[in-house]
Ligand binder design. Structure first.
Ligand SMILES: Nc1ncnc2c1ncn2[C@@H]1O[C@H](COP(=O)(O)OP(=O)(O)OP(=O)(O)O)[C@@H](O)[C@H]1O
Length: 253
């Protein structure tokens, strides 16, 4: 991985729903190995940008380049196979299966072993090993036999991160991973995210400014469908345009 090199680049990306322009020429660069936050007021278009990157929405125009590939218009499955994973709140978790079984399924998916018995048998020890490693990584080893649907709120968030890691992605997208967490849970999740994103790139949407400023190397500010500034936490804190357009007291604080 070549630090400072962009691994994901959005160039003049637009998205309209009917007549309504929501994303109005977004330029955004995620560098290899960095932790990057996308912040902005409610309705600025942050989730829409994530949907565009992950292939759930097709841009109206513009270019999305990921690790040597143009991915605008590609399917979410193809984008995931290329090495970009997005943590979804609970959607691809089977609530009645155990934590271990869920993670094993996610790991098996990566190895393409769900269909072929012979390949499944051949790679089984590897699947087990990787599943165990994931459990350790997100500190859920003690909860391996718990039913996924019965995990505490913050354990569920850890599990979603593990599900995203199962594909061994170069880039991880996290959409408000701390939403609804207590202060202690948030501190714990920040440490966890720091640890599991080592050697990967992170793009995160998060409303908790303490989290954003302590976790991220760089921040991009999205206002009304456009990135108005990108920089280090200090640069963003002192950026006049950002202060005026959006954060004001929060950034100055
Ligand atoms: N599928 C859709 N069809 C029409 N309008 C949409 C669609 N998805 C999002 N929008 C609109 O686009 C705008 C941006 O929404 P988006 O959820 O991307 O903002 P956000 O920055 O993530 O907001 P928040 O911080 O509140 O989550 C909103 O006005 C929303 O109503």
């Amino acid at each position: 991985m070549n630090a400072m090199q962009p691994i994901l680049t959005l160039t003049d990306v637009h998205k309209a729903f009917g007549e309504t322009q929501i994303i109005r020429g977004v330029d955004l660069e995620l560098r290899a190995g960095e932790r990057h936050a996308l912040i902005g007021p409610n309705g600025a278009g942050k989730s829409t940008v994530f949907h565009l990157i992950s292939g759930h929405y097709v841009p109206t125009s513009g270019r999305i380049h990921f690790d040597g590939h143009d991915i605008q218009g590609a399917s979410p499955q193809r984008i995931n196979r290329l090495g970009l994973a997005r943590s979804f709140q609970i959607t691809n978790i089977f609530p009645k299966l155990s934590v271990y079984e869920n993670l094993r399924l996610a790991v098996m998916r990566r190895h393409g072993v769900q269909n072929t018995l012979w390949r499944f048998i051949g790679s089984y020890p590897k699947v087990r090993e990787e599943t165990e490693r994931l459990l350790e990584q997100v500190r859920l080893a003690a909860r391996r036999d718990a039913i996924a649907g019965e995990l505490s709120y913050s354990e569920q968030r850890s599990m979603e991160i593990a599900m995203a890691l199962a594909s061994d992605p170069q880039v991880i997208l996290l959409d408000e991973p701390m939403a609804g967490m207590s202060h202690e849970e948030t501190d714990y999740a920040v440490e966890l995210i720091k640890q599991v994103t080592q050697g990967r790139s992170l793009l995160i949407v998060e409303h908790d400014m303490d989290v954003v400023f302590s976790l991220c190397d760089r921040i991009s500010v999205l206002v009304y469908g456009q990135v108005i500034a990108t920089g280090t936490p200090d640069e963003i804190r002192n950026n006049q345009k950002v202060k005026e357009a959006y954060l004001g007291e929060e950034v100055a604080a």
